[in-house]
Ligand binder design. Sequence first.
Ligand code: AHR
Length: 307
Amino acid sequence: CSGGGGESQGQGGGDDAIVMGFSQVGAESGWRTANTESIKQAAQDAGIELKFSDAQQQQENQIQAIRNFIQQGVDVIAFSPVVESGWDTVLAEAKSAGIPVVLTDRAVDTDQEDVYETFLGSDFVEEGRKAGRWLVEEYADSDDGVDIVELQGTTGSAPAVDRKEGFTEIISEHDTFEIVASQDGDFTRSGGQEVMQAFLSSHDEIDVLYAHNDDMALGAIESIESAGLEPGEDITVISIDGIKDAFQAMADGKINLVVECNPLIGPQLMDLVEKVHAGEDVEERIKVEEDVYTQDEAEEALPNRKY
Ligand code: AHR
């Protein structure tokens, strides 16, 4: 489905079914694919009619999709904003049309009041802190400086901003750690691969790679190997999400730590949509529960990974 459209899934409920317009970020990562499947399946199970639109990581496509949903008079609009800022106008339009908005996965940055009902998603700052805490512990006995390269997610997106913030907060308490390079890899494998290749050619001593998601870490691993180095050994690799491919890479010794970010939030989202539609009160912020996994746990956890 293309940017501004509204591909109806045609599933769920008869005439009384709640109609939900959902604008997804894109299909940039394994996490995103799992998130989309979870939402589609949960809508079907709940008998909610889903109008699904893929923004291909472009904010203007999301704004167009939301305007289409308003025009079609859907009951509820949900979306995962590609970036944090720039939503005030379209959110005000939804509000004046009387259509409740639910944010999922990523937050928006707005001063306007009451423009969305609730935000269901991970605590990205805490994910960054978890990555930082593990690293500090791991290098506790090292007196040498630790040079870190950072693969950032999409510039201006909540997970990129927050994961950087949380990680920096923790490592900056110790003089040993320094982020020597940091660049946007857009949450994709190809982005991770290209940016890591550039990092490797401009920096002789890289001790740690901190990637804001698994796909970028997996892309970067290819570049590390092409440079004749061993990921997980010569360069400590930390990433976020917990997709199966990353668990496999961890079991193979190529990733050292994965901080989980759970995409399977479809059922919780449908619950919220039903409540919001019924005019019930919902909490303004609902956080998703998540774990941290090290190499020792990877093999055992792998068969149980659901995404
Ligand atoms: O917003 C969640 C992030 O977006 C995931 O960590 C990343 O993989 C995805 O693209």
